[in-house]
Ligand binder design. Structure first.
Ligand code: KG4
Ligand code: ZN
Length: 329
């Protein structure tokens, strides 16, 4: 089954074509990252406006790169939440029009499911059930137990800021560019352990919840009224990356042990983080699966894959966007 997946929940415009949920035939992406880097973060209206311009050219590019026409597409999948309402509407309205005009089934996809299915893409050994999934993105931090496709149990998540948001906000405090994850990571390479200690929030809370908003306050308190040297900024970036990854790894290990899973799957933009990957691999070599860095961040292929394994089409006039969609269990 060949599914065309559309992803526009945040700042990216992704259109991909995926066969049977695992084989990527095309994966086109237009990003407005440079614009957001200039403004120090995403301005939702600007993101949606760029997506209106980018979506049809990205769709054409995906069809051309797969060397397919609409006749060979079996279904259209689209992210219908969670995300920024204007951005979601751009994708959903376009998918509705395509479903109607091409007479193809329309499959709404939860963006968080999409991040899970990045691990199924181009992976010769698909994840084994049961598995623990850690979704870490700019808007979400969730730990989920997955018994099978469509059998998910949410174990916990962030009570305030997401892990990616913690990277983005602390980077801004340090004067490092958006997106904060990659820039903190890069700066941290010049840094080392120092006397600049940050908390590891909720690391011993005994549940699977997270709280990252205190980190940004701790960073703010450490640096206010100070002018930091480049080395101090690097040491603080090192400590921020260390603190965030320590909590993520500790809770994921606890969940994997408690539920005796066969595999651990990571997804979402923060799963591209090298330190997180190293720490997870040290502890769980052969058990942990990461998407490639390109598939960790938002893309259309993960949406097409999630739609294949959770194929619940709706009529084009019944789909709705839901900016605060959670996990349907
Ligand atoms: O999944 P994603 O592309 O979009 C959302 O669904 O939010 O994730 C974007 C987030 C941003 O907060 C960004 O700073 C973070 O992922 N990120 C990283 C890295 N690459 C992206 N965080 C840490 N290390 C990275 N290498
Ligand atoms: Zn995402």
């Amino acid at each position: 089954m060949i599914i065309l997946g559309i992803e526009t929940s945040c700042d990216e415009t992704g259109v991909a074509i995926v066969e049977d949920g695992v084989k990527i035939l095309a994966n086109s992406l237009a990003t407005s990252m440079e614009m957001h880097a200039k403004s120090g973060g995403i301005i939702p209206e600007n993101a949606a406006r760029e997506q209106v311009k980018a979506l049809i050219p990205t769709l054409k590019e995906a069809l051309a790169s797969a060397n397919l026409t609409e006749k060979e597409i079996d279904a259209i999948a689209v992210t219908h939440g969670p995300g920024l309402v204007g951005s979601l509407l751009v994708g959903v309205e376009t998918a509705k029009a395509l479903s109607f005009a091409w007479d193809k089934p329309l499959i709404p996809v939860n963006h968080l499911y999409g991040h899970i299915y990045s691990a199924w893409l181009a992976n010769l050994n698909p994840p084994q059930f049961p598995c623990i999934v850690l979704i870490v993105s700019g808007g979400h931090t969730d730990i989920v137990l997955m018994q099978d496709h469509g059998r998910l149990q949410w174990l916990g998540g962030t009570r305030d800021d997401a892990a990616g948001e913690a990277f983005d906000k602390t980077a801004r405090l340090l004067g490092l560019p958006y997106p904060g994850g990659p820039s903190i990571s890069q700066k941290a390479q010049e840094g080392k352990a120092s006397t600049l200690n940050l908390p590891r929030p909720m690391i011993a809370s005994g549940d699977f919840d997270f709280s990252f908003s205190g980190l940004k306050t701790a960073v703010y308190t450490l640096i206010k009224d100070k002018s930091l040297t480049s080395q101090e900024i690097a040491d603080l970036a090192w400590e921020i990356e260390e603190a965030i990854t320590a909590v993520l790894v500790s809770k994921t290990i606890k969940a994997a042990e408690q539920y005796q899973v066969k595999q651990i799957v990571l997804g979402g933009g923060v799963s591209a983080n090298q330190k997180l990957r190293e720490k997870m691999t040290q502890k769980f070599a052969g058990v942990v699966i990461f998407p490639t860095p390109l598939l960790s961040t938002d893309n259309g292929a993960m949406i097409a894959s999630a739609a294949f394994f959770n194929n619940k089409p709706v009529s084009w006039d019944k789909i709705t966007t839901d900016p605060s969609l959670h996990f349907e269990m």
